[in-house]
Design a protein around this ligand. Structure first.
Ligand SMILES: O=C(O)CCC(=O)C(=O)O
Length: 291
């Protein structure tokens, strides 16, 4: 691996993982379990944010096979790429040396931790529409209690521009995925006989326990993938560059999603594992314990 890209000279000091994990009090763990989401203000310092920015730049300059632009007809870009960890040394260094893995393991209350996958989202260059309300679990081959995503924005965001969640919805029903249909956010992407259609949360916002927080670079939102979440629109002249890191612990198993398939597909995993098997495969590097 390229030493300079991994840090080399001038690499930021590895933050004291203990100091960071001390912030994960029993109350934070309880909040994650009951609400499905918890905000950790100022968790990441500038050197880690610079590393993420360098990794995102590398990723955008060398797109992976999953890269795509949603809603191509819209003025602003809504760009998404994922599962490029093996090609992005900055992301590897982030998870090996920053306290993010320790923090996630403490929130999930797991001794072992694996990377599921990383994903970047970029909204910029003009008005960019909302990311539709959805849950991630119906797309995933992973299921369990000890799984979470860290959502990290490189840009300061007002509460009207950030990611919103419906607190507690990770304990409710699993809905169909969204087809990203520009005319109907709730249009199902999977077999409609297998999952109920997504509710139209945007039309009835007052009926849902929506939580959104203004955020500064360094803040980290940790959420369970079954939580209903949606990304606010980005206005002309603004931008939102985010990295989502999805990790899992001991209780997570491989699942099939009848009528849905899997996204990401992770070629080879379905052939290697049976439903209910612990999710272990070379696609998912072990983050903790560190070797
Ligand atoms: O940032 C966004 O707009 C979407 C993020 C998201 O859906 C996720 O991280 O699961």
């Amino acid at each position: 691996m390229d030493r300079d890209a991994r840090g080399g000279r001038g690499r930021p000091e590895r933050a004291a993982a203990t100091a960071m994990t001390d912030r994960i009090t029993p109350e934070v763990v309880r909040k994650f379990e009951t609400d499905g989401a918890v905000w950790l203000p100022g968790l990441l310092t500038r050197p880690w944010l610079d590393l993420i920015e360098a990794g995102m730049r590398r990723n955008i300059n060398s797109p992976g096979p999953n890269s795509r632009r949603h809603y191509p007809g819209e003025p602003g870009t809504f760009y998404d790429d994922h599962c490029n960890y093996a090609a992005i040394p900055e992301f590897q260094r982030l998870l090996e040396d920053s306290p993010l893995a320790d923090v996630m393991a403490k929130i999930l209350q797991t001794a072992n931790l694996w990377l599921f996958f990383e994903q970047i989202f970029v909204k910029e260059g003009g008005h960019s529409r909302r990311t539709p309300w959805h849950q991630d679990t119906p797309y995933f081959m992973a299921d369990g209690r000890q799984i979470g995503s860290m959502w990290i924005s490189l840009d300061p965001l007002a509460s009207e521009e950030t990611l919103e969640v419906v607190a507690g919805s990770h304990l409710g029903p699993l809905y169909n995925g969204t087809a990203f249909d520009p005319d109907d956010d709730t249009a199902p992407v999977f077999d409609p006989r297998k999952f109920p259609r997504l509710p139209d949360i945007e039309r009835e916002r007052e009926k849902w326990n929506i939580v959104s927080r203004a955020s500064e670079p360094g803040d980290v939102l940790v959420m369970h993938p079954s939580i209903l979440h949606g990304g606010a629109e980005i206005r002309e002249g603004h931008r939102r560059r985010t990295l989502s890191i999805r990790m899992f612990g001991d209780d997570v198993v491989y699942v099939e999603r009848p009528g849905a398939g899997h996204s990401p597909a992770f070629p080879g995993v379905s052939e290697a594992l049976n439903p209910g098997d612990p999710l272990r495969h070379p696609w998912f590097p072990r983050l903790l314990p560190r070797t």
